[in-house]
Write a protein that binds this ligand. Structure first.
Ligand code: ADP
Length: 404
């Protein structure tokens, strides 16, 4: 049987997203999500040939069980024997991993060591790799790092204004995340503009539960808003983004917070959730404002949009030309309200939104949403899974042809 499929796994702390691709033509044959793992409500949804099935799973159901369940479906449809490699999303690759990497014991050790910089993500990514190795023991496993695309940032962008020894001795610097997403949308934007990526410059805003803005010059990341950890930058669903570091000392010294409590506050209780007091989900906050005129919902949306607009404007300092502003991620792709609010604060940069185009370009559509007298503004649905599949396929084919 021809081995021509790549399985992509993206393991979160209590979830597993998966997709099965045919890299030669980009076709996605199967995809799905196992969520609420380790809880009574654990379930797995699998979409194959346009049909979606959902199964509730007996507790405790972990990542390995979820992968086993997925494999049963793959076996049933005779897809398992066609897989030639597994691509894994790994959030933090530090400074050593700037390209797709074949997983071995050393790589796993590095991913584990880097857990101290991404404690919410790297341990889960490693669980996915181990679970996948246990089941697909004869297949190559490839790690694609979220930080890799940002390794082209110049020193002036990745260094903080703190003693240099902290960078040299402890690796404290900006790393940036969402790299595969920013890379994908930049590639698609260049295609839309009929340009090559290496002669294109963009600012891309990936707005999902996590949010980041990136400046891309001649196809390479030159600055990004997420930093040493995925806590810096613009405000997010539950993460604060930038705050005065003095607030942390105040919380600890005056208000008796422990460092764990501060971490929980800034990672889990802040952002849209913290300001609105309602939810981290943008749709719920939009509803609370539009339907019920909840003033805290409006405040959360205002702070969110202003901080993103400010970040976009600040990244013009990293560029010498700007071909387009790109919106992506669950919010960037779907919320015309958020896009309008952000763009309305960028008139000095000659960005103007077309209300008609903005309202229609949602739910998976790619398109321009600017007026005719504005710079280009593009909405591009992200496809990180495809980047992982493509890069995994390229690495494995390259290694195979190298051996031949
Ligand atoms: P993640 O970062 O977990 O991958 P997503 O990119 O899926 O998250 O984005 C999730 C966010 O997108 C949520 O805040 C959700 O409310 C928001 N979102 C999804 N659809 C819409 C919509 N139609 N309008 C506004 N926000 C939306």
């Amino acid at each position: 049987m021809k081995k021509n499929l790549i399985l992509v796994l993206n393991c979160g702390s209590s979830s597993l997203k998966f997709s099965l691709f045919k890299p030669e033509n980009g076709e996605k044959l199967l995809s799905g999500l196992a969520e609420r793992l380790f809880s009574e409500q654990a379930s797995i949804k699998i979409k194959y040939l346009g049909q979606t099935s959902q199964t509730f799973l007996p507790s405790p159901f972990d990542h390995q069980e979820a992968i086993k369940n997925l494999v049963e479906t793959l076996v049933f449809h005779e897809l398992n024997l066609q897989i030639f490699a597994i691509g894994h999303r790994v959030v933090h690759g530090g400074e050593n991993y700037c390209t797709p990497t074949l997983v071995n014991e050393d790589v796993k050790k590095s991913i584990n060591d880097l857990s101290r910089l991404a404690p919410l993500h790297n341990p889960a990514n490693l669980i996915g790799i181990n679970a996948s190795e246990a089941i697909f023991s004869d297949l190559p496993q490839v790690a694609i790092f979220d930080t890799a695309f940002h390794q082209t940032m110049p020193e002036k962008a990745y260094l903080y204004g703190i003693p240099y020894a902290l960078y040299k001795e402890h690796g404290i610097r900006r790393y940036g995340f969402h790299g595969t997403s920013h890379y994908f949308v930049a590639q698609e934007a260049a295609k839309a503009l009929n340009q090559t990526l290496d002669e294109s410059s963009f600012i891309s805003a990936h707005l999902g539960n996590g949010c980041s803005v990136t400046a891309i010059k001649n196809g390479a990341s030159v600055d990004t808003s997420l930093g040493f950890t995925p806590l810096e930058g613009v405000m997010m669903g539950t993460r604060s983004g930038d705050i005065d570091p003095g607030i942390i000392f105040h919380l600890v010294n005056q208000l008796d917070y422990t460092t764990e409590q501060v971490s929980h506050l800034l990672n889990k209780e802040s952002g849209l959730l913290g300001v609105s007091g309602l939810s981290n989900d943008c749709r719920e906050i939009e509803d609370a404002w539009l339907k019920y005129k909840n003033p805290r919902a409006k405040l959360a949306l205002d702070v969110f949009c202003y901080r993103i607009a400010k970040s976009i404007a600040s990244f013009t300092a990293s560029l010498t030309s700007l071909d387009a502003l790109i919106f992506t991620g669950g919010i960037g792709e779907n919320s015309n309200l958020i896009r309008e609010c952000i763009i309305s604060q960028l008139g000095l940069l000659n960005f103007y939104v077309s209300n008609d185009k903005n309202e229609t370009c949602r739910f998976g559509q790619t398109g321009y949403i600017n007026t005719h007298n504005s710079r280009h503004i593009l909405v591009i649905p992200t496809n990180e899974e495809w980047v992982i599949a493509e890069q995994t396929s390229q690495l494995i084919s390259y290694q195979t042809s190298d051996k031949e």
